[in-house]
Design a protein around this ligand. Structure first.
Ligand SMILES: Nc1ncnc2c1ncn2[C@@H]1O[C@H](COP(=O)(O)OP(=O)(O)OP(=O)(O)O)[C@@H](O)[C@H]1O
Ligand SMILES: [Mg+2]
Length: 456
């Protein structure tokens, strides 16, 4: 059976472990934290994300008791802790720039806080051994900090802050000093430790991927305020503002004016007339007909596979197209311009001469407003043939970012707008057919983007 999902924030009965209630922190006349209200629940792995100087460390320092709020209150387990000194709180903080005692061994560094609390020798021995095991440092217990690696030192600092079994552990950029690979490994270790100890973690990180990996919820901050608090997938897939969409991950922001789409049939473009049987002279109407361009794949198959077996294609005068469909066939066929476009939502006029973009998930309340369509690059398809998608853009590849597992194509649209499309590299480079300067089609569904009010 599936385990129940951990989501205390959705349970109205659940009591938060930490509550910020309208907390403001000023330094002189500078407001570092601005009327912030936030609940964090027991056993959460809560991540604070935001640009440098937005107030993350200040929030942590108030939680740990090194700063007091100028206004408002902080509660731990329902108790106001504004005036409780740091050493009397069941909170431990691993600082942005932690320091180990250079003259003490790894063991003694971890034992330091426990000794100061006057715990007995056996208790300390057992507890430190447990921490060493948890952080996979048992082999290094007798070494001094300068005799271990940077990543190991960071784990010692972590073990030291966990040793006193705090109910709440605050981690300010705990993995900042590690290279990417070690950082990723340590992230999983942290999650494991957090699960095993049942401690509540609040972590500050500059690394969005890290926040997305470890966190139960992410708070995105800007200038002392929280802009959005949500699970990583919601932050990524349903950002509540252009600020969050732009801050987290890579995103295309297409600006335009929204128009409510009335329910079908009015909203569905009128069915296109069935095309006349093609003649030699007929050109594919690229901008009007949403079907694929004449069949390049067929020609390729013929030239490379069939021709050696079957010989040249007979050149005759018979029409090269299929006969026109009968009235019954026409009646059965779906209108060409409606590849499963859901009803409702918004259409977005974004550039003169280009068809409006369709966002069936757009909020009709944005009708008439300036909006931004936020589109993640991986939601766009890219190809040389026109895709059968509700939204289709035409452009030229101006740059390709190759990241091994994925490639990002930078495409300049006919009006000059630049759009990124990201594709997983399932084929070897030599087999991929899109390159610099290629004319390409981009396509995306009617629900691929998020329509946000344009704050600019
Ligand atoms: N003691 C202080 N006196 C005056 N201003 C301060 C003090 N501490 C912090 N600030 C200011 O408050 C703002 C928030 O600082 P804070 O350290 O919380 O930022 P941060 O989000 O942790 O940034 P970073 O990501 O760079 O660590 C900054 O503009 C900082 O200059
Ligand atoms: Mg900081």
């Amino acid at each position: 059976m599936a385990e129940p999902v951990f989501a205390p924030w959705t349970d109205p009965e659940a009591k938060p472990l930490i509550q910020f209630r309208n907390v403001t922190k000023r330094f002189g006349d500078f407001t570092a934290i601005d009327d912030l209200t936030l609940d964090i629940y027991e056993r959460e792995f809560f991540a604070l994300l935001g640009p440098s100087g937005c107030g993350k460390t200040t929030m942590m320092r108030m939680l740990a008791g090194f700063e007091t709020p100028t206004e408002g209150h902080i509660l731990l387990n329902g108790q106001q802790i504004d005036t409780v000194p740091p050493n009397k709180r069941a909170v431990n903080m691993m600082f942005q720039s932690y320091a180990l005692f250079p003259h003490l061994t790894v063991f003694d560094n971890i034992a330091f806080g426990l000794r100061r609390e006057g715990k007995d020798k056996d208790f300390i021995q057992a507890r430190v051994d447990e921490m060493l095991r948890l952080t996979r440092l048992s082999k290094f217990a007798k070494r001094k900090p300068h005799q271990i690696s940077g990543g190991q030192r960071q784990r010692v600092a972590l073990a030291r802050s966990l040793a006193k079994a705090p109910k709440l552990l605050l981690l300010d950029e705990p993995l900042g000093a590690l290279d990417k690979k070690l950082r990723e490994e340590t992230q999983f270790e942290l999650m494991d430790i957090q699960e095993k100890t049942g401690t509540t973690f609040v972590i500050v990180t500059h690394d969005q991927e890290e926040a997305m990996t470890v966190a139960s919820r992410v708070a995105v901050m800007d200038e002392g305020r929280i802009v959005q608090v949500a699970t990583p997938d919601v932050i990524y897939e349903a950002p509540n503002s252009v600020y969050v969409a732009d801050f987290i991950g890579d995103v295309n922001l297409i600006r335009g004016v929204a128009k409510a789409r009335t329910a079908a049939p009015q909203a569905t473009p009128a069915p296109k007339p069935v095309p006349e049987p093609a003649t030699e002279a007929a050109q594919p109407a690229l901008n009007r007909d949403p079907r694929p361009e004449p069949n390049a794949m067929g020609a390729w198959l013929h030239d490379n596979l069939l021709k050696p077996i079957l010989g040249e294609r007979p050149e005759d005068d018979a029409p090269k197209a299929l006969p026109a469909p009968s009235p019954e066939e026409t009646a059965k066929a779906k209108p060409a311009a409606a590849p499963d476009i859901p009803e409702g939502g918004l259409s977005i006029d974004w550039v003169d001469g280009q068809p409006a973009l369709i966002a069936a998930n757009g909020d009709a309340a944005l009708d008439g407003k300036k909006v931004v369509l936020a589109l993640r690059p991986e939601k766009l398809s890219i190809g040389k043939d026109r895709p059968d998608a509700p939204n289709v853009l035409r452009g030229k590849v101006i740059d390709i970012g190759y990241l091994g597992n994925i490639s990002t194509y930078h495409v300049e649209l006919t009006d000059g707008t630049k759009v990124k499309a990201q594709v997983a590299n399932t084929r070897r480079i030599s087999r991929r057919n899109i390159t610099w300067e290629d004319d390409v089609w981009l396509g995306f569904t009617a629900t691929a983007g998020i329509v946000l009010e344009d704050e600019a």
